[in-house]
Design a protein around this ligand. Structure first.
Ligand code: ZN
Ligand code: ZN
Length: 228
């Protein structure tokens, strides 16, 4: 055996190449290490208001709802070490989708047609259920200069038990709007976010209907939190 000379031949098929992984060429490596994908992947979706259920919170989509399926699938696919996902495309299939996944290994692209069944499962969100009643009385608007990708999740987590009290969240370009059923909860939530993220708060009232019995307008509480 000759020591010290790095082999440039695949130990499986004998092909000569500079690009070896565990002494295998890309093709042989993928023969021995296969991509793993789930049988199904779904996201709950309210088609009345175009919201999806993310981490237990109904969140209005800023883009296509299907993107959330792609994002979720991405977290469920297990790739062999060294292989990375480049692109996922959805292909309509029955009442849902299948996917075409492009990956890269040792500089070479591979395309997989996964059998995973992807689905936007229709559910009516809490807000649409209560549409005819006054579903929210307090809105917390959070705005930042640079919104990170996990901004909303960080925000939800900072709320602790109050997270469950969010009746709806709406993604905004520079932040997110949170809706609460009553003023006290909204105020508590705003207080926590203000402290946690060091924001400045201003408050206002928004007239939304007329109280006929009392002959005066009905107001909702709006709190705006901004970076100092
Ligand atoms: Zn090989
Ligand atoms: Zn809805």
């Amino acid at each position: 055996m000759v020591m010290g000379i790095k082999s440039r031949f695949c130990s499986r098929c004998g092909k000569e190449t500079d690009k070896l992984l565990n002494s295998l060429c890309g093709d042989c490596y993928l023969e021995e290490h296969k991509i793993k994908a789930p049988g199904k992947c779904f996201v709950f979706y309210c088609n009345h208001c175009d919201s999806v259920l993310l981490e237990g919170v109904w969140t209005k989509c800023s883009g296509k709802a299907e993107q959330h399926l792609i994002d979720k699938l991405k977290t469920m696919i297990k790739l062999p070490e060294g292989e990375t996902i480049q692109k996922i495309e959805l292909v309509p299939y029955k009442k849902g989708f299948r996917s075409k996944v492009t990956t890269k290994l040792l500089g070479k692209s591979h395309i997989y047609e996964l059998a995973t069944f992807l689905e936007l499962r229709k559910r009516i969100c809490r807000v649409c259920t209560q549409q005819k009643t006054d579903f929210w009385n307090s809105k917390v608007q959070v705005r930042v200069k640079n919104k990170s990708k996990d901004f909303s999740n960080k925000l939800f987590d900072s709320l602790g038990y109050l997270k469950k009290k969010i009746v709806k969240a709406e993604e905004q370009k520079k932040g997110v709007d949170l809706f609460f059923g009553d003023k006290k909860t909204g105020k508590d939530a705003a207080g926590r976010i203000k402290t946690k993220f060091g924001l400045r708060m201003s408050q206002s009232a928004e007239q939304y209907s007329w109280n006929k019995s009392k002959n005066r307008p009905k107001y909702r509480h709006v709190m705006l939190l901004r970076e100092k």
